[in-house]
Design a binder for this molecule. Sequence first.
Ligand code: ADP
Ligand code: MG
Length: 224
Amino acid sequence: MVRMQDLVFRYREGGFELRVESLRVGRGERVAVVGPSGSGKTTLLHLAAGIVVPQHGRVETNATELSALDDGRRRDFRARHVGYVFQSFELLGYLDVLDNILLPFRVNPTLSLDAAARERAVSLARRVGIADKLPRRPGQLSQGEQQRAAVCRALVARPGLILADEPTGNLDAKNKQRVMEILHEQALAEGASLVVVTHDLDLLQDFERVVDFQELVGSQESVS
Ligand code: ADP
Ligand code: MG
């Protein structure tokens, strides 16, 4: 569950400003966010995850006010509650793909990295067609394979909130479908909220709600 209220966010440099009067994503709700490049969609997901905090207003995720927590507590919150598929994947180059997928088990102290966790990682990888790539480093994978590994990592610890930033941007039609299926299926299975930024209009029909980013932020423009 995400609630944003009267939010204003500015980067330290560059002059981009994001204003969101009100955004709510209910528990278990599956929402797509669409909008032009550079409009602030990634920034919005970063705010929902507490990667950045607004200068004004509130961001509440899973009933925790993220804007009131320091960096360390927000990191801890993310590790426990959020599965995030980064637009640029953010896989760690020095770990193999399996260990990348299992990363949430290393950063969340309430989870133990046991045989069941490994099985789940392998099973997710199989579902998205990268099971044979698990011993490799991310640098030895195609962009599309890295993207699928990032999706597995976001889902492996059964987070209550799944945030995915253009998670099918590098995929062919078949893999797009596999990735979207697994995102929806896992959200439904865990009662998790799912927020997906996408440019792919074909995918919108599977969501309960589509948020048009430009309507969300009104007619404001970047002040840069
Ligand atoms: P989108 O995901 O919709 O393409 P972003 O949220 O990535 O948009 O970016 C919104 C705006 O903020 C863009 O103008 C971008 O250049 C700017 N921006 C993104 N990250 C930073 C940053 N770290 N510092 C300053 N400006 C940034
Ligand atoms: Mg983006």
